[in-house]
Design a protein around this ligand. Structure first.
Ligand code: SF4
Length: 329
């Protein structure tokens, strides 16, 4: 099978975009001469634009369908498989379309009845690679690819300029869903312990994480350099690259840190690590594995049991010990 043009469609979310990069590498190895493009939501283009396995990255914005149609793709891979991407892929006139199968038949029935259990396997990277397998393309490994564009480093440089020679700890205390957040008081304890050890601190998150970042910023001392909310995803990645150690919830910054080979401690509670664990060379995962976990695929606004024990039971001392182990490794 020789393919001239391939389009990968994975619009969101930050972690998923990175977890799909091994698929692009597998395709590149199998089809070295092909043009391999990716359609992605505009905020995430900096994560892909320097990826050596891709030919072009198209931001999903007004008018993009016509530009994609003109490319006359031999193959479109829809990794999102939502109504929006189904409509788009149908309009492209590609010779072949392969879509992600998110559920088995019984899973689809359970979902319709509202009784679907959260997915625990396969890991998301393997799920995306399963599309390659359906095409007869072998995996080229599960390592994530993330190359930071130079302009993103320039974007992050002012924030990092006060760092000096101290070690830099990145704390990612927020996520979209409340149940995935380790309590902010614990992040505060951890940050204060890092300060006592002479480290500088950087809070990692985006504009939507403002309330959590503000609450923590107000109570940390002069060791805090600031936070990344004003940066794009490329600038966020450049800031994470500068960190010696990252402590994060199950979130986009955790996946960036893992992809960049940073020392990472990541906390899991309501979601399944077997599905979503960051893929990296220096990752320590803290997870209680309570009988009620996982209780959701991506987290939720409230703990169904009202306890949030999966994360509330993890003390700051345990995370500090894990961070110290990573530091010494
Ligand atoms: S304590 Fe259990 S039910 Fe509550 S959010 Fe955590 S995993 Fe879900």
């Amino acid at each position: 099978m020789t393919l001239g043009r391939i389009l990968i469609v994975r619009l969101t979310a930050l972690g998923d975009v990175l977890l799909a990069t091994p698929l692009a590498r597998a395709l590149r190895r199998a089809q070295p001469a092909a043009e391999i493009d990716w359609l992605v939501a505009p905020p995430f283009t900096p994560l892909l634009e320097a990826n050596p396995n891709l030919s072009r990255v198209f931001p999903a914005e007004r008018g993009v369908a016509a530009r994609l149609r003109a490319r006359r793709y031999d193959l479109v891979l829809d990794l999102q498989n939502k109504p929006r991407t189904a409509l788009l892929r149908a309009s492209l006139g590609a010779a072949r379309v392969v879509s992600l199968r998110k559920r088995t038949f019984s899973g689809a029935i359970a979902s319709l009845l509202g009784r679907e259990r959260p997915a625990t396997e396969p890991h998301a990277v393997e799920l995306y690679l399963s599309l390659a397998a359906r095409l007869g393309v072998a995996s080229a490994g599960t390592r994530l690819d993330l190359v930071i564009p130079e302009r993103a480093r320039l974007e992050a440089a002012p924030l990092l300029s006060r760092r000096g020679a101290a070690s830099l700890w990145g704390l990612a205390p927020s996520t979209r869903w409340a149940t995935k957040r380790w309590p902010i008081e614990r992040f505060l304890e951890l940050g204060q312990a890092a300060e006592e050890r002479g480290a500088k601190l950087l809070l990692l998150g985006g504009a939507a994480d403002g309330p959590t970042l503000d609450a923590l910023s107000a109570r940390l001392g002069s060791a805090l350099l600031g936070d990344t909310r004003a940066l794009g995803t490329g600038g966020l990645a450049a800031a994470i690259e500068a960190c010696d150690l990252v402590v994060a919830n199950d979130s986009g910054p955790a996946h960036i840190a893992a992809a960049l080979g940073r020392k990472l401690v990541v906390l899991f509670g309501p979601t399944a690590p077997s599905r979503w664990a960051p893929i990296g060379s220096d990752v320590e995962l803290l997870y209680r594995g309570l009988p009620c976990s996982p209780c959701s695929n991506h987290g939720s606004a409230r703990c169904p049991l009202g306890t949030h024990a999966c994360l509330a039971e993890i003390p700051a001392s345990e995370v500090l010990a894990a961070a110290s182990r990573r530091w010494a490794s």
